[in-house]
Design a protein around this ligand. Structure first.
Ligand code: FES
Length: 116
């Protein structure tokens, strides 16, 4: 059984194996997710928004690390694993990198300035 994971905003789709972490699936799909601890649930840099039924419930360790953020749908990509039951579509939204957001905003501001 395979699940389909769609990574947004890149809109890349990949078939993921049961038990595979979202971080591993992202690497295979060539979707960049920042990490510092290489998947040991220590850095909290791999936070993503996950929608869909095909993800296993968070482990105790992940719940402790995320705290209240877990209730808002945030998960650690390195800890969130594809469910072993059934098949379903999963949507993973990767937040924009801060540096990239700053550069994008400055480029947009330059484009607005050049119109006048
Ligand atoms: S990679 Fe560090 S917490 Fe997930």
């Amino acid at each position: 059984m395979k699940h389909q994971i769609r990574f947004m905003p890149e809109d890349k789709c990949i078939a993921a194996r049961p038990g595979q972490s979202v971080l591993d699936a992202a690497r295979i799909a060539r979707v960049p997710i920042r990490t510092r601890c290489q998947g040991r649930a220590a850095c909290l840099m791999c936070k993503v928004q996950i929608e869909g039924e095909g993800i296993e419930s968070p482990t105790k360790q992940e719940q402790l690390k995320l705290g209240i953020r877990e209730r808002n749908g945030l998960r650690l990509a390195c800890q969130a694993r594809v469910s072993r039951d059934g098949t379903s579509d999963i949507t993973v939204t990767v937040p924009e990198d801060r540096l990239r957001a700053i550069i994008r905003q400055q480029l947009e501001a330059q484009e607005d300035d050049s119109l006048w």
